[in-house]
Design a protein around this ligand. Structure first.
Ligand code: GLC
Length: 636
C-alpha cells in the first residue's frame, strides 16, 4: 500500500511541477497555438505586451527608412514599400529576400510578433519587374465583369504571396465625380453601384477563402468627391481636397462600397487624405469611430495614409493625438518613426491618449495579423516564385484588356482586314509599355519606355496582322518616305494613331485641360493624310477631350491603361474578340462641362456630354444618336 501511495504522491508532485512550468509554456502556447480562437490568442498576447511593444505595433514604416535591426529594436508592427521602394535587385527573388529579412527581425523579438508588409499592388504586383500588369481599375470598370475582376484579385494575391507579401493597399473605392483628378484611373467608375460591385469582387479575390491576403479598401471616405481648387496642392488641383456635401449625400454616394467591404471581411481600411466639409478624414472621430467602427461594425484596423497624420494639424503632437483618438490605429509614418513612437509615449504619459485606446488599436491590428495567418505563415517559402508574370496570369490580363476596350466610333474601319496591304502605326503610346501601363508601375509615377516585360500595342498589331500585311511604325506619323509609283505619298489601308497621357499618379495627374498633346494632334493630321481609314486609340487614365478628333477619325477606341498585355487590343481590332466594353465615366465634350451635375445632366443639345456613362458600340451596332449629335455640335 505504502509503495502505491508513494507512487501516487510522486505522480502528483510531478504533475504540480509540470503545472508550475506548464502555465508559462501553456500561456506562451495560447497566442502561438493556431487551434485556439483568435480572440483568445489576442487576449493572451495583449496581456503579455509592454507599452513599447504595443506602440511598435501601431507603427508602419517605409522600407527604405529603417533596417531589420530597427524593426527588432522598436518592435515595428508594419513595413511597406511605397511606390518607389524596391529591393536592391528588383526580381521576385529579390523582393522575397528583402521582405523575409524584415520579417525575421520581427520574429526574433521577445514575443515574436510578425510584422505585416504592405504594398500598392493596385493593378497586379506592379512594383515588381516581370509581374503581370493588369488594366487599371478604370479599364476594369469598362468590363462590367465582376467575375473577371475577382480572378484578377486572386491572381494579384498569388503573385504577392510568392514574394512573401500579405497586405495590399487595394482596392481603391473612390466614386470619382470629377475626372480632372489624377487618381481617376484608380477608380472603377463614377457610379456607386458599379464601384461597389467591382471593388468588392476584387476584394474577395484578393483576400481568398480562407483569408490569405489583407485587402485595404481605400480611401475612407469621399476621396473621389473633392472640389476642384480645394486641394492643398493649389488652385489647379483637386487631389486630397475637400468633399463638400451633406451627410445624406456623403452616405448615399460614397459609403456603400465600405459597407460591403466590411461585410465582406475587410480587416484593414485606409483613411483618406481628403476632408469632409473642412474636417480631415484622418481626424474625423464621427466618421471613423462612430460610423465605420460603430455603425458599420468594422473590427479591423484603420491605417493612415502616407504622412496623412502630419497634415491634420500644424503641431505634430496634436496631430497624433487627434488622429489616434479619432480612430486611426496604425500610422503610415513612413519616415520619422522614432519621432512618432516618442510622441505616442508622451501622449500616453500625459493622458492625452488612453491605454484603453492603445489596447483597442493593438487588438485590431493583432486580429488582422492572426486572421490573415501571419503567426502561422509569416514568410513566403519561394516555392511559387514562377507564378509572378506567369502565362496564365498574362492570359487573364489579355482577356481583361479586350473586355475593357470601348468602341466610341466605327464608320467602316474596324475590324482590320487580314488582307490589308499596309498598316501605318504611330503615336506616343503605340510602342511603349510604360505609357500603356500608367502610374503605379515599377515606380510611383510610372514612366514611359521599356520598363517591364510585356507586349506593346504595335507589337500586338504586327503579330496579328495578315502574313502579307506590311505594318510600319513611325512614332510621329512621318510616313512621307512611303511613295507610290508616281512619287506621291503612298496611302495605307489603315492608319492607327495611339495617343495617350504620359504616366502620372495622384496629384501629379490633376489636370484642368485634359487635352491631347500638340505632338499627338500633329501625328493624327499626318496619318490622316496618308490613310484610307484612320483609327485613333486613346490610352489614358480618364476621358480626354477628343471632340474634334472624333470627326476626323473613321474609328475611335478608348483603351484606358491596359498594362503589359497589349495583345488584348489587337485581338479586338482584328475581330478575334468582340467589343463589349462600356464607359465607366461620362465623357465630356469640353472641360468646361466639368464637374458634371449628374443630377441634371443634359441628354440632348451641345450642352450634353460627348458620350454618356454606359455608352459603347459593338461590331454589330455602330450607329448612335450620340455620334449624330457630336457631328452636329462640331459643325457649330
Ligand atoms: C499614397 C496613396 C495611397 C498609398 C500610400 C502608400 O500616398 O495615397 O493610396 O496606398 O501612399 O503607397
Amino acid at each position: 500500500m505504502k509503495a502505491q501511495l508513494r507512487i501516487l504522491v510522486l505522480v502528483l508532485n510531478l504533475g504540480a511541477l509540470l503545472l508550475l512550468i506548464a502555465p508559462a509554456a501553456a500561456q506562451t502556447d495560447i497566442y502561438r497555438d493556431a487551434s485556439q480562437p483568435i480572440e483568445a490568442r489576442i487576449d493572451d498576447l495583449l496581456a503579455r505586451m509592454t507599452l513599447e511593444e504595443k506602440i511598435g505595433q501601431m507603427t508602419l514604416v517605409a522600407e527604405d527608412s529603417l533596417d531589420p535591426q530597427a524593426v527588432f529594436d522598436y518592435f515595428i508592427g508594419g513595413v511597406l514599400s511605397g511606390g518607389n521602394d524596391e529591393p536592391n535587385v528588383n526580381t521576385p527573388e529579390g523582393w522575397l529576400e528583402m521582405v523575409t529579412e524584415f520579417q525575421d527581425a520581427a520574429l526574433d523579438t521577445r514575443l515574436g510578433i510578425p510584422l505585416i508588409y504592405g504594398i500598392d499592388a493596385v493593378h497586379g504586383h506592379n512594383n515588381v519587374i516581370g509581374a503581370t500588369i493588369f488594366p487599371h481599375n478604370i479599364g476594369l470598370g469598362a468590363t462590367r465583369n465582376a467575375e473577371l475582376v475577382e480572378q484578377i484579385g486572386a491572381a494579384t494575391a498569388a503573385e504577392m504571396m510568392a514574394t512573401g507579401i500579405y497586405w495590399n493597399y487595394a482596392p481603391a473605392l473612390p466614386v470619382v465625380q470629377d475626372v480632372r483628378w489624377g487618381r481617376t484611373y484608380e477608380s472603377f467608375g463614377e457610379n456607386t453601384a458599379l464601384v461597389t460591385e467591382l471593388g468588392i469582387a476584387y476584394q474577395r479575390g484578393l483576400q481568398g477563402d480562407p483569408l490569405m491576403v489583407l485587402a485595404t479598401p481605400k480611401h475612407y471616405l469621399g476621396d473621389g468627391g473633392t472640389t476642384w481648387g480645394t486641394s492643398p496642392f493649389g488652385a489647379s488641383n483637386i487631389d486630397r481636397g475637400d468633399t463638400q456635401i451633406d451627410e445624406a449625400g456623403l452616405r448615399e454616394l460614397y459609403l456603400p462600397p465600405y459597407i460591403e467591404a466590411v461585410n465582406s471581411g475587410a480587416l484593414s481600411i485606409m483613411v483618406s487624405f481628403s476632408s469632409w466639409n473642412g474636417v480631415p478624414m484622418h481626424a474625423h472621430d464621427y466618421m471613423v469611430n462612430e460610423v465605420l467602427k460603430g455603425e458599420l461594425g468594422f473590427m479591423g484596423f484603420v491605417v493612415s495614409d502616407w504622412q496623412g497624420i502630419d497634415l491634420v494639424a500644424p503641431d505634430y503632437y496634436q496631430a497624433v493625438v487627434m488622429s489616434i483618438n479619432a480612430g486611426v490605429d496604425m500610422n503610415m509614418v513612413p519616415y520619422e518613426f522614432r519621432q512618432f513612437i516618442n510622441t505616442m509615449n508622451r501622449a500616453v504619459e500625459n493622458g492625452d491618449i488612453s491605454l484603453e485606446r492603445i489596447d483597442d488599436a493593438v487588438r485590431r491590428i493583432l486580429r488582422a495579423k492572426f486572421a490573415v495567418g501571419l503567426f502561422d505563415r509569416p514568410t513566403g517559402d519561394g516555392a511559387t516564385l514562377d507564378v509572378v508574370g506567369s502565362e496564365e496570369h498574362r492570359a487573364l490580363a489579355r482577356q481583361a484588356v479586350s473586355e475593357s476596350l470601348v468602341l466610341l466610333k466605327n464608320e467602316g474601319a474596324l475590324p482590320l482586314s487580314a488582307d490589308a496591304a499596309t498598316i501605318f502605326v504611330a503615336g506616343n503610346a503605340a510602342d511603349d509599355i510604360g505609357m500603356q501601363s500608367g502610374g503605379w508601375t515599377i515606380s510611383w509615377q510610372g514612366a514611359s519606355g521599356d520598363i517591364t516585360p510585356g507586349t506593346t500595342i504595335f507589337e500586338a498589331i504586327t503579330a496579328t496582322a495578315g502574313a502579307n500585311t506590311h505594318v510600319v511604325f513611325e512614332r510621329l506619323g512621318r510616313f512621307d518616305s512611303f511613295q507610290d509609283a508616281s512619287g506621291n505619298p503612298a496611302m495605307a489601308d489603315y492608319g492607327i494613331v495611339v495617343v495617350g497621357e504620359e504616366p502620372y499618379a495622384e496629384f501629379e495627374g490633376d489636370n484642368g485641360r485634359l487635352a491631347l498633346t500638340r505632338g499627338d494632334l500633329t501625328t493624327i493630321e499626318r496619318v490622316r493624310a496618308q490613310s484610307d481609314k484612320l483609327i485613333i486609340i486613346v490610352v489614358s487614365g480618364r476621358p480626354l477631350v477628343i471632340t474634334d478628333q472624333l470627326q476626323v477619325a473613321d474609328a475611335v477606341v478608348a483603351a484606358w491603361l491596359p498594362g503589359t498585355e497589349g495583345q488584348g487590343v489587337a485581338d479586338v481590332l482584328f475581330g478575334a474578340t468582340p467589343f463589349t466594353g462600356t464607359l465607366p465615366f461620362t465623357w465630356m465634350r469640353s472641360v468646361d462641362q466639368l464637374p458634371f451635375d449628374f443630377a441634371n445632366l443634359p441628354t440632348e443639345g451641345c450642352d450634353a456630354p460627348l458620350f454618356p456613362y454606359g455608352y459603347g458600340l459593338t461590331y454589330e451596332n455602330s450607329e448612335s444618336e450620340w455620334l449624330d449629335l457630336a457631328e452636329t455640335c462640331s459643325a457649330g
